[in-house]
Design a binder for this molecule. Structure first.
Ligand SMILES: *Cc1c(COP(=O)(O)O)cnc(C)c1O
Length: 399
């Protein structure tokens, strides 16, 4: 009961003395929501320390819910510290902003996630940070591009959309030979396909960035990113920028990812199996010149994938014969019923996106039209039947 001297309908509800018994336990962790964090006394408020997970200072700097998720993502990635940000793209931005200053250069693979390249082209350039694109298939060319100004090298395995799998240990070795930090966009591998911090040949990346939007969420309904490290000095640079930028995440989103994480490995394997079945079906269709999936022997970098991974994400791209116009490929995409047209991936719904190849790579220039398939969790036979019926629209006379 509230102190009878206090107003029952206002103060009595806000400063209520009841606290439930401690020791409650359940499979899922509680959701703690806060902007304000309340201190026991003034000395505790003054002694607050947002840098380490020793206590709580403000909702932006962590709650029990976000600390839990950080620890679990660090475990998933084989790292030691993780920071959470509001999207996968924000994880790339945080890494660039924390580790680069005016006069520095960052090297980005030519097939990297497109918005990360745009960030360098449009935003980093305004701050005096230059970038160059490198061919991820050529570690020696990367080594030759390094200068004393190169402070950060991005790697991605495989490339977004075009799916070439690089010799990741060789790229990391080349990049680190001059002391540049190496950041991996690990969204495809998801912490499952390979161990980014313990690659073959004694190599490992310095930073692993992950769009938790994809497999860790698994629902197509959460946007979140993470930046994971094993080096405390690098982590503290990232953490300081993270704090000053005010990039927090919401507790309900953190809870959604915590709820999905236990099934991550099962879902990854299911998406993988479905994608390989459908990719093999596409590989023998006469309308297609190439199926880009690193587990297919004819796909670029297959041997590098095979050395590093047994698993693969549920993604592949189909390059259509150049006798089909972009409009005919669009007609095929529009004729699909189960596959929906949409960006992002790793949710229950299968998705496609048509791309002009010339937009994806600068060197070497590619031509024609590609459709990127992202396998959801529908029965694969239904997805094959859907692809088959939509192919009729591809061969229909161009409108
Ligand atoms: C989706 C994606 C991102 C960005 O994640 P968002 O949460 O959508 O911003 C970054 N890198 C890769 C490889 C992605 O697929």
């Amino acid at each position: 009961m509230t102190d009878p001297k206090l107003d029952r309908t206002t103060t009595g509800l806000i400063h209520h003395p009841y606290t439930p018994p401690t020791g409650f336990n359940a499979p899922q962790p509680a959701i703690y929501k806060a902007s304000t964090v309340i201190f026991d006394n003034a000395a505790a408020m003054r002694a607050r320390d947002w840098k380490n997970k020793h206590g709580y200072t403000y909702g932006l700097h962590g709650t029990p819910t976000t600390f839990l998720l950080e620890e679990r993502i660090a475990t998933l990635e084989g790292g030691l510290q993780t920071l959470l940000v509001p999207s996968g793209l924000a994880a790339i931005t945080l890494t660039d902003m924390a580790l680069l200053v005016a006069g520095d250069e960052v090297l980005i693979p030519d097939n990297a996630y497109g918005p990360g390249r745009e960030l360098a082209r449009q935003e980093l350039a305004r701050w005096g940070i230059t970038h160059r694109l490198y061919d991820p298939a050529d570690p020696q060319a990367l080594a030759a591009m390094l200068t004393p100004a190169t402070k950060l090298v991005w790697v991605e395995a495989p490339g977004s959309v075009t799916m070439e799998f690089p010799d990741l240990p060789a790229l990391v070795r080349a990049a680190r030979s001059t002391g540049a930090l190496v950041a991996l966009d690990n969204t495809w591998g998801a912490g499952i396909a390979f161990d980014a911090f313990a690659l073959p040949d004694g190599q490992g990346v310095d930073i692993s960035v992950h769009a938790l939007t994809k497999y860790p969420s698994g629902g197509g309904d959460v946007l979140m990113g993470s930046v994971t490290t094993r080096d405390m000095a690098v982590h503290q640079r990232l953490r300081a920028t993270h704090m000053r930028m005010g990039w927090g995440i919401g507790a309900n989103d953190a809870e959604a990812v915590l709820r999905s994480l236990p099934s991550l490995a099962l879902r990854y394997a299911a998406h993988d199996a479905a994608a390989r079945t459908l990719a093999q079906w596409w590989a023998v269709q006469p309308q297609v010149t190439q199926v880009l999936h690193p587990a297919l022997p004819a796909s670029p970098g297959h041997a590098h994938w095979q050395r590093l991974c047994t698993q693969a994400a549920g993604l592949f791209s189909v390059v259509f014969d150049e006798r089909y116009s972009a409009a005919q490929v669009d007609a095929f995409v529009d004729a699909l019923r189960l596959f929906k047209i949409g960006f992002s991936w790793a949710g229950p719904v299968s998705l496609v996106v048509p791309y002009k190849l010339s937009m994806l790579r600068e060197q070497p220039a590619w031509h024609g039209t590609l459709v990127r398939f992202s396998l959801g969790l529908e029965a694969v036979d239904d997805l094959i039947a859907d692809s088959k019926q939509a192919l009729v629209a591809l061969s229909a006379p161009a409108p």
